[in-house]
Design a protein around this ligand. Structure first.
Ligand code: THU
Length: 159
């Protein structure tokens, strides 16, 4: 037996330690949570994607009475960005979430399906996509989606 170790690097920041650009992106993710449609979970999620042309595209989670028909903020945002600007890669995506009590303390962990979609976006443009996960107490920066989804399924597995 051989043990394989996978290491994930996460940089933890306080809001005021972020660059001005990152602060702006996080603020966009926080503000857009106001447009979330989450009558069932009451968990409002916002995402803001910075494209390589400087544009910021935002999106939110959209729920449905038939629960699986809803979609997370990350996928809303990335599918929209890739639909409208297929030639502009996403450099950084920031994600924020709040309950009825306010923004959550710890950085929002994206669900598995969103990690898979984020990875596809990263692989599609062949450059690392940075991820900023907002929490009131700290913010995590992950420099590549591959760190969020080790041992991932991707196109190379089908070769
Ligand atoms: N949700 C997101 O939009 N992003 C995440 O990273 C986690 C979960 C949404 C899905 C659903 O509308 C609500 O949050 C509760 O799961």
């Amino acid at each position: 037996m051989k043990m394989l170790n996978i290491t994930t690097v996460i940089n933890e920041y306080q809001f005021n330690e972020l660059s001005e650009d990152d602060q702006k992106l996080v603020e966009n993710a926080k503000t857009i949570t106001n447009n979330s449609y989450a009558p069932y979970s009451k968990f409002s999620v916002g995402a803001a994607a910075l494209l390589d042309n400087g544009l910021i595209v935002t999106g939110t989670n959209q729920e449905n009475a038939a629960y699986p028909s809803g979609i997370c903020a990350e996928r809303t945002t990335l599918f929209y960005a890739n639909s409208q600007y297929p030639n502009n890669r996403v450099v950084t995506i920031a994600i924020a979430a709040r309950t009825e009590k306010g923004f959550i303390d710890m950085p929002i962990p994206p669900c598995g399906a969103c990690r898979q979609v984020m990875l596809e976006t990263e692989n599609r443009y062949k450059k690392p996509m940075r991820v900023l996960l907002y929490g009131e107490k700290s913010i995590y920066e992950i420099r590549s989606v591959s760190d969020l989804l080790p041992l991932s399924f991707n196109a190379s597995a089908m070769e």
